[in-house]
Design a protein around this ligand. Structure first.
Ligand SMILES: Cc1cc2nc3c(=O)[nH]c(=O)nc-3n(C[C@H](O)[C@H](O)[C@H](O)COP(=O)(O)O)c2cc1C
Length: 636
């Protein structure tokens, strides 16, 4: 379903009881983010929030995509799986044999419909150009939010960025945050693996200025499509047209006429990136990993015009410790892209799940129909070669029949099938630039845990025994090893041969030695895996421990295999923070993202005036004692 513009989407959210208008004053500097964090962590994602009193001319829309229901409303579907089913149907229609003329004719209506969804550039000005500011445009007039206390400044967080390849003229639409440095200057945070970064390097070769335009708002399908991991030469507005069942109408920018933007957008920020400029030191920024992303050098974006519709709404989002709004944008991608992965590369895939604790790329569970030995590894190779799946760090592979959304059932099944010595496969390759655990930026270890039932050819030589431990309990272990701060034995007692240990390490190789010592104890003889996390983390808070573990682990570098005669092999994984002193780790290690006391207090103080119902304490309170010392906060 197409929305006439963002306002029509807001109206629908309101009609459906999915939006709260906040009329009392809330400061875009930290307060909007703190309120949104409290709301988006409510079960189901809370409501969308429209901040109408921000001290700026324009209201701010937050958390608009922040639940399964609102994501479906944005894309005009009942269930996200409906989109995947439609894509699968389309692939099948195109790929099925067309022997008779009638078969071929049957294709025509679908092709005609498809053609009617292609983006179209129309003449004249768009709604997004009702107000045009070319003299002294000032991004400071927009209510650009500052999300977290250690952020480098305010950031535009839902920008729909348009660039073109200078040689093919093909368009890319991506979402890359923009740090505001001045009235006409922002950063342009496209990671080196992303399509617009490639366009930038093409302009650099030609030594030409790169026109760029940024849209905010419009039909909600645009922002989603900008985040979607489409192949390089597929126009995101084709996907948007397909999703909304209506072509995207584009108009030429005023000061950057090479670039076309959606006519119905709320704001357009026009400008250019000059490859001969010096780069700018961008960040830090509280990122979707739940950690600050480290500052780095990125291109400068010079603003030449700001245009907007008459009553625009400024859309924004925050990312941080999961779950947040982006979990639902990611859920849409997980559901929608299952069909193309299945139809083009991995026909044996049945389902896919990306737990929020894995912040998309860190942890992906894949369910396959397995027919032959080695098929799990075939799938692993295909997945790591599939577009942005290249950023995946931990890939778990399971069989049909087991539920991959019931993590306990899945873990019980996978561990029962697992030989820790032979069923965990390590590799290395490109990693998300935000992954702080990699020894080298954007390059690091990956692993695939093959939890499928093994065929005869695949059986390892480690003896397999009963799963789990029944006794003793955590206190028994921590009395022997004082560095153990907490230990999760509940999984093992539940038949999952895995322990989670929170450890305060104080010397080089400490975790390795502890792992060896634990594995030497008869009490752990049936345990196949031990996950180590930072001492500040409660090992019994599974969601938090898993989130921290996945972020801090480089699986290849941090794995510690112990083979035991007469007992199952046990793999240890060091998911603690790495430092120069204790690990020889040379990069800076960022802190987790926590609101500051003054923002928490000011939001507490104004809560009753916000109209948001019962008081919600700050989610940051839970994480305050998990931060590292001030000196470890992202350094320049
Ligand atoms: C809220 C949000 C913010 C994002 N910020 C960035 C960013 O700053 N830099 C980046 O490279 N990717 C960012 N991404 C991910 C990209 O939008 C995503 O990888 C997209 O597919 C890139 O498009 P491309 O393949 O056309 O380059 C963000 C995603 C979301 C949902």
């Amino acid at each position: 379903m197409a929305f006439r513009n963002q306002q029509a989407f807001i109206d629908l959210l309101e009609k459906e009881g999915e939006l709260v208008r906040i009329k009392s004053f809330v400061d875009p500097h930290l307060e909007i983010a703190e309120i949104t964090d409290r709301i988006s962590k409510e079960p189901g994602g809370g409501k969308a929030l429209l901040f109408e009193n921000t001290g700026y001319e324009f209201p701010v829309l937050m958390n608009a995509y922040g639940s399964e229901r609102r994501m479906c409303l944005a894309l005009g579907v009942q269930k996200l799986d409906d989109v995947a089913a439609e894509i699968e149907g389309l692939f099948k229609l195109l790929a099925s044999p067309k022997e008779s003329l009638l078969d071929k004719l049957r294709l025509l209506p679908k092709l005609g419909q498809f053609a009617s969804w292609m983006p179209k550039v129309r003449a004249g000005r768009g709604e997004c150009q009702e107000v045009v500011i070319t003299d002294n445009p000032d991004i400071g007039k927009l209510p650009v939010i500052t999300c977290w206390p250690k952020d480098g400044g305010p950031f535009v967080t839902l920008p729909i960025i348009h660039t073109k390849d200078p040689s093919t003229n093909s368009r890319n639409v991506g979402m890359y945050r923009m740090q505001v440095f001045g009235p006409t200057l922002t950063g342009m945070h496209w990671h080196k693996h992303k399509v617009s970064a490639k366009h930038f390097s093409e302009y650099k070769k030609l030594n030409k200025r790169m026109p760029v335009a940024v849209a905010l708002g419009g039909d909600p399908a645009y922002a989603y499509s900008a985040t979607a991991p489409l192949p390089e030469n597929v126009d995101e507005y084709m996907l948007a047209g397909f999703l909304r069942k209506k072509k995207v109408e584009l108009v030429k920018c005023i000061t950057q006429p090479e670039i076309e933007v959606p006519a119905d957008a709320d704001f357009i920020i026009e400008g250019y990136v000059d490859p001969s400029d010096e780069l700018i030191w961008e960040g830090p920024f509280g990122d979707h990993t739940g950690y600050y992303s480290l500052p780095d050098w990125y291109p400068r974006f010079h603003i030449t015009a700001i245009t907007h519709k008459k009553d625009p709404v400024y859309p924004a989002t925050i990312v941080g410790i999961p779950p947040q709004e982006d979990a639902w944008l990611g859920k849409a991608t997980e559901r929608i892209f299952l069909a193309p992965i299945k139809m083009t590369m991995v026909p044996e895939i049945i389902n896919m799940e990306m737990p929020v604790e894995g912040v998309f790329h860190n942890l992906v569970i894949t369910q396959i129909k397995k027919d032959y030995a080695g098929q799990g590894q075939k799938v692993m190779n295909a997945m790591w070669g599939a577009g942005q799946m290249m950023f995946n760090k931990i890939l778990v592979i399971a069989d049909e029949g087991v539920s991959i959304t019931n993590y306990r059932e899945l873990a019980r099944y996978a561990f029962a099938n697992l030989d820790a010595a032979s069923d965990i496969y390590f590799s290395q390759g490109p990693m998300d630039v935000l992954d702080h655990s990699c020894s080298k930026l954007g390059f690091g270890g990956k692993m695939s845990i093959d939890g499928t039932r093994k065929m005869e050819e695949e059986l390892g030589d480690s003896p397999q025994g009963e799963s789990g431990i029944t006794s003793p309990d955590a206190a028994f272990f921590s009395s022997r090893f004082p560095e153990i701060r907490s230990m999760n034995t509940a999984l093992a007692q539940d038949g999952i041969a895995c322990l989670l240990v929170s450890v305060e390490k104080n010397r080089m190789n400490h975790v390795r030695e502890l792992h060896q010592a634990l594995c030497d104890m008869p009490e752990t003889s049936a345990v196949k895996m031990i996950l180590y996390v930072e001492h500040t983390v409660d090992a019994n808070d599974l969601a938090v421990a898993l989130w921290r573990f996945c972020n801090n682990l480089d699986p290849k570098r941090d794995s510690l295999l112990v083979r035991r005669s007469g007992a199952v092999a046990c793999m240890g994984f060091d998911g603690t923070r790495k430092t120069k002193e204790l690990d020889g780790f040379q990069r800076d290690w960022p802190n987790i993202i926590v609101a500051n006391d003054s923002t928490i207090a000011s939001v507490d103080g104004k809560w009753n005036a916000l109209g948001l119902g019962k008081f919600l304490p700050s989610p940051s309170l839970k994480f305050k004692n998990q931060m590292y010392g001030e000196e470890a906060v992202v350094a320049g």
